[in-house]
Design a protein around this ligand. Structure first.
Ligand SMILES: *Cc1c(COP(=O)(O)O)cnc(C)c1O
Length: 242
């Protein structure tokens, strides 16, 4: 069963990918960062399966979804429809994850960006320990103090990261945040800066170990500002698929 979604020609998609990569590289250049240090995660929630196959054929292998059911459908659908010799994409779960969906999520995703409680982390770890494959996770932090937002409060993040790092089924690879929805991306800069400061504080306190090195921040509207503030993973949907 193919989910509905936006369709694009391979040429258009290649042009959009190149344009986003150029903008990423320019943002890196402004702050003297190596563009290879920033990973583009293509968030495919709005596109058809056909576009996802085209992304993979264009070498875009880091793919993200925000809902477990759709992630599972697409990851399994893709695996079933690509030749065995084709390169394998990595699926990132970027949206809120409920504990009762952890098994379904881990059957399809390799990276979870949205861990925001010890109970969720424990569930992920327990599942991962059964398969013997630790799961790469990021701790989602609410850097903008908005009431409705997902993510652990900045003040509680250090302690939670410390607890999660002790779980055997999880590799805590970094921090993630969703910026406030603002018109001018400059207004989101403080949230990205805050996540980076928190990350540096954690590094200073030796939280996480060697694999703790990612800042997942920045979406279509604000990825350049996020890169200037230190993002190592940007999660981009609409800018790729217009
Ligand atoms: C949809 C989504 C994105 C991508 O958003 P765009 O604005 O389309 O780039 C990134 N992160 C999360 C968590 C999302 O749900």
């Amino acid at each position: 069963m193919e989910a509905e979604g936006i369709d694009l020609s391979t040429e258009q998609l290649a042009a959009n990918l190149a344009a986003v990569r150029d903008r990423m590289a320019e943002a890196c250049a402004r702050v003297r960062r190596d563009p290879d240090d920033v990973t583009l995660v293509a968030v495919t929630k709005s596109v058809s399966m056909d576009v996802i196959r085209k992304l993979v054929s264009l070498g875009q292998l880091e793919l993200g979804e925000s809902r477990v059911q759709q992630l599972a459908d697409r990851a399994h659908g893709l695996a079933g429809s690509m030749p065995a010799s084709a390169p394998r994409p990595r699926w990132h779960m970027v949206g809120h994850l409920q504990r009762n969906k952890v098994k379904q999520c881990l059957d399809a995703a390799q990276v979870v960006h949205s861990v925001d409680s010890l109970r969720l982390a424990e569930e992920i770890s327990a599942r991962a320990e059964k398969t013997g494959e630790p799961v790469e996770c990021l701790l989602e932090v609410n850097c903008s103090n908005e009431e409705q937002k997902m993510g652990v409060a900045v003040g509680a993040a250090m302690h939670l990261a410390d607890q999660i790092s002790t779980l055997k089924g999880i590799h805590l690879v970094g921090l993630m945040t969703m910026a406030p929805l603002v018109e001018d991306p400059e207004e989101a800069r403080f949230a990205f800066g805050r996540l980076r400061e928190l990350f540096e504080e954690m590094l200073g306190d030796k939280v996480g170990g060697k694999s703790f090195r990612h800042l997942s921040m920045g979406m279509s509207n604000d990825f350049e500002v996020a890169i200037e503030e230190g993002a190592t993973m940007v999660r981009i949907g609409s800018a790729l698929f217009a």
